[in-house]
Design a protein around this ligand. Structure first.
Ligand SMILES: [Zn+2]
Length: 111
């Protein structure tokens, strides 16, 4: 009695819950922004950070951004390729690493 062992003033369970929800929100928007950016051919890491700081605004920006066709993540033919995958030359059918844009055997240029 007299000590008053109630929650310290200002910090209730709702404040704690609010902070937790806010942190989860920051990380999920960061993750989703990065994922969407990578899918569109932009830097996933950079956009993840932007998503963390600007939340829904960064997500909307990347959502409306055009697909980055000059990025190395985006290789011709309308589909995204992983960097460690290889592409097949449509002219001579030989395999080429994704780090090159030109066919090693016939000189066919991808872009
Ligand atoms: Zn070729």
């Amino acid at each position: 009695m007299g000590y008053g062992y109630s929650a310290s003033p200002g910090i209730s369970i709702f404040t704690v819950l609010g902070v937790i929800i806010f942190i989860v929100y920051l990380f999920s928007t960061a993750f989703f922004t990065g994922w969407l950016a990578k899918k569109k051919g932009y830097s996933g890491g950079l956009w993840g950070i932007l998503g963390f700081f600007f939340g829904i605004f960064a997500l909307l920006t990347i959502g409306f951004a055009p697909i980055n066709t000059i990025s190395k993540n985006y290789i011709g033919s309308g589909k995204f390729e992983n960097n460690n995958k290889r592409w097949k030359c449509p002219k001579c059918n030989s395999d080429n690493p994704n780090s090159t844009y030109q066919c090693g055997s016939c000189g066919y240029k991808l872009v």
